[in-house]
Design a protein around this ligand. Sequence first.
Ligand code: 13P
Length: 253
Amino acid sequence: MRSKIVAGNWKMNKTLEEAQTLTSELIGMIADEVKGNVKVVLCTPFPYLVPVKNLLGSNARISVGAQNCSEHASGAYTGETSASMLKSMGVPYVILGHSERRQYFGEDSKLLTKKTDIALANGLTPIFCCGEPLEVREANGHEQLVKKQVEEALFHLSAEAIQKVVIAYEPVWAIGTGKTATAQQAQDMHAIIRKHLAAKYGQAVAEEISILYGGSVNAANAKELFANPDVDGGLVGGASLKSREFTEIIKSI
Ligand code: 13P
């Protein structure tokens, strides 16, 4: 059965001290208040992965994740971080293809194919992001674009490998805008993604893949979004930077 996951994407925010405070607060609140089997992932900036992981200790529910990794194995790539480095640090998750990476760093499907492969080869779980910009949604091209993003970056994988990937649908127009997709828009797109996976890999494989929604998720809208049958959790930006709000989001699943 596929996992329920709530991941926080901290993006490029917080000092080390703030990151440690947030983590400590979350450890306490989640231990006291979160029931059920939801997995929580804190996708911190690279420099905070080890300190945050150390604070988590052997916490069974909360893990860390990186926000990116290199497509290269090792070598002269100044400023980059490899999947094998993440593996060696005991980091289990890595976000790949976030719309900010696609937009500001020119990441495309060809590159994301390589990043996905190297992440999986190192035993990491990619959280693969897809989603359409506003103009594509307005022109009614969102289904086609998102299916294309998923198939170009992931459909070379075997049925066994793709079940190790988590997909995050994040409509670009909903990211950081306060304008969340409606629960129906999220469910519709998640069902389309799952149907697309089923057409390629079969229904049983598609049913095993967690599909998260991202884009202005907050404590007020999380319950309605997560209630949808094909929404398996969330990838949360701004609201994951506040311990009380993020805990309320986790409790909404
Ligand atoms: P916000 O929750 O701030 O809209 O960000 C969503 C996001 O980009 C998560 O990856």
